[in-house]
Design a protein around this ligand. Sequence first.
Ligand SMILES: [Zn+2]
Length: 80
Amino acid sequence: MGSPTTSATEFSEDVKSKVFIVSAIGSAQRCAICNGYLDPMKSVSYDHVKEKKMGGVGDVGNCNLTHPYCNTGYKNAGGV
Ligand SMILES: [Zn+2]
């Protein structure tokens, strides 16, 4: 009860909407990982800038729009 959204690790629908709107202002959406254009009508992945296991939260400031395959590949690539 009354827990702040910043304590959640998952992105709420509200956070997703805010990030999407902010990203959409002034330019087409681009993938935060490969910088390619995103097609929001097809597939967009919401990526944690700071991973959940690293203490990242489900907040607007910690959300990047990416291609689903970039998000997955980025995580799997690891090693950095
Ligand atoms: Zn991409």
